[in-house]
Design a protein around this ligand. Structure first.
Ligand SMILES: [Mn+2]
Length: 531
């Protein structure tokens, strides 16, 4: 039997065999939708294989965090959705005998190797668009099921994937043979493909309208296992949970005049269709429509876009592949990969990885309700942030514009707020925007929202001296030469900070008090890029 991604198979088996031989494992994962699903896949895999483990989440895997992990009693640490980029530091602890790392990641590796390193980039697969951390974790999960399955037949010699022979020597046991040997989606971990799809979508690997490459192979396994359904559908957000008028009004990626961002326009558009789109007086959701009804709405939408002069390339983006988690209830965030990942990101942004992981692991009462509350609060924080920026205005420089939110907007959302405020009164779309927020804002706003009950225990004093800067541009500025990754890196280092990211969105940390200097330097660099 081969796994979903043949290129990774041998390495995945090696990692799995090592994990099976462990008495216990520390699982460390990144806090975002991909990291949470990565951890959920790994956790269920270890549990099914009978390997005891403990899970920790980190926003960033820096030297201090790695040293903290090294100081634990664990002999093996499984890193998911990070680890590759920090392999130089991890390697020092490995050399010192602190622990053996097993890494399932998709980020650019540091200049160092280790034996149990599962990363698509090492095998010619694109880690940005073809496989996520959750995908790498899934590949490992499939290998672990295979290894455990073989060793469960006590002492029996089995044929390995490479044609050689392997004997059962590892400790993995399990329930997995209780079905009498019939391969089911659960016994071979294919049911976890649904979470891998959510992780990939969370990392925006479906940005071209669908998942492809190694991701597509995982989707195919999920479909076969009965946990994923795919189909061509409107590529708008909120199919499961947004009432139709909001579903259309809030969809602004493809801007349709008279509907996008236009409450009464969206209502008029729906009213004019000869369809009964309400049930018990409430607007229905897209997912609840019949295929004929969907067809009618979609055609009318395309017709409207054409008549309002939306370019054909944009209209094509209205349709994409949807990923439905078929085991989840209709009308919930969990049924749509994109809504599921948004829900997980909301838990991550407010440091509630425990809630996000709980949702992934199937805790559908406590955790799901808390996650929904976090998402509602997140949306409220965004709209309050946008109001704040729009009311107080931004400072215009020659080539850039900026504002300083102090502790009034949480640093984890200030970049999103800045991007969403562009185009509002007084906030230009023809200049990139820079947003400052105090790193310590995190704690006070978390307490205000009443969500993050746990106190942060690490160096708050130090954090007070750092300012987070987020930068956002537009795709049209990028086409003219804007590269915010370079701007943030150079300008922050010029004032003793550090940063980076993508051309259209990037972030940095700078010492408090040096913001204006940073803006001056950023203004110069942007001026050069756009000249
Ligand atoms: Mn990731």
């Amino acid at each position: 039997m081969t796994g979903p991604v043949p290129e990774l198979e041998d390495r995945a088996i090696a990692c799995a065999e090592h994990l099976c031989d462990c008495d216990r494992v520390l699982l460390a994962s990144h806090i975002d939708a991909d990291g949470l699903t990565s951890a959920a896949i790994a956790a269920q895999t270890l549990e099914r294989a009978g390997v005891p483990f403990e899970t920790v989440f980190e926003k960033q895997l820096d030297e201090d965090v790695i040293a903290g992990i090294a100081a634990t009693e664990y002999d093996t640490v499984l890193f998911t959705d990070f680890g590759s980029g920090q392999l130089d530091v991890i390697g020092e602890h490995e050399d010192a005998g602190a622990f053996t790392p097993v890494i399932a990641d998709h980020h650019q590796p540091a200049d160092r190797e280790t034996e149990f390193h599962l990363n698509p980039l090492l095998f010619g697969i694109n880690g940005a668009s073809e496989l996520s951390g959750a995908g790498a974790s899934y590949v490992l999960a499939r290998a672990l099921a295979e290894v455990a399955d073989e060793t469960a037949d006590s002492g029996e010699t089995v044929t390995a994937a490479d044609g050689g022979e392997r004997t059962g020597s590892s400790r993995c046991s399990s329930e997995r043979r209780s079905d009498g040997g019939t391969a089911t989606a659960r016994t071979d971990n294919r049911d976890l493909a649904a979470l891998a799809v959510v992780g990939a979508v969370g990392d925006m690997q479906d940005s071209e309208g669908e998942l492809h490459g190694a991701n597509a192979k995982i989707v195919a396994e999920g479909v076969e296992a009965g946990v994923v359904e795919t189909g061509k559908d409107l590529a708008l957000y909120g199919k499961q949970t947004r009432p139709l008028p909001k579903f259309l009004e809030y969809a602004t990626d493809v801007y349709i005049p008279g509907i996008s961002n236009d409450q009464s326009g969206a209502l008029r558009f729906l009213d004019e269709l000869d369809l009964d789109l309400k049930s018990d007086g409430e607007w229905r959701c897209w997912a609840a429509l019949t295929s004929e009804e969907k067809q009618t709405v979609a055609s009318a939408l395309v017709k409207r876009a054409v008549s309002r002069g939306v370019p054909a390339t944009k209209i094509d983006q209205l349709v994409g592949t949807s990923y439905v988690l078929s085991a989840e209830p209709v009308g919930t965030e969990l049924r749509d990969a994109s809504e599921f990942s948004t829900l997980l990101n909301a838990t991550a942004r407010y440091d509630r990885a425990d809630v996000g992981l709980g949702v992934c692991l199937g805790n559908r009462e406590g955790a799901l309700e808390r996650a929904r509350t976090l998402l509602r609060n997140h949306r409220r924080n965004l709209s309050e942030g946008i109001d704040l920026v729009t009311t107080e205005g931004v400072t215009q420089e020659e080539h850039v514009q900026w504002f300083h939110a102090g502790d009034r907007i949480r640093e984890t959302i200030v970049g999103i707020v800045a991007g969403m405020a562009m185009g509002n009164d007084g906030v230009s779309r023809s200049k990139p925007i820079f947003a400052f927020a105090e790193k310590s804002a995190e704690r006070s706003s978390a307490n205000q929202s009443g969500e993050a009950a746990e106190e942060k225990t690490d160096g708050d004093d130090e954090a007070d001296e750092e300012i987070k800067v987020s930068a956002r541009g537009t795709h049209s500025l990028v086409r003219k030469g804007l590269d915010l990754s370079q701007v943030m890196g150079e300008a922050s280092r010029a004032v003793g900070g550090d940063g980076g990211g993508h051309d259209v969105a990037a972030g940095a940390t700078v010492p408090a008090g040096r913001e204006e200097e940073f803006v001056e330097r950023a203004d110069e660099i942007v001026g050069e890029q756009l000249s």
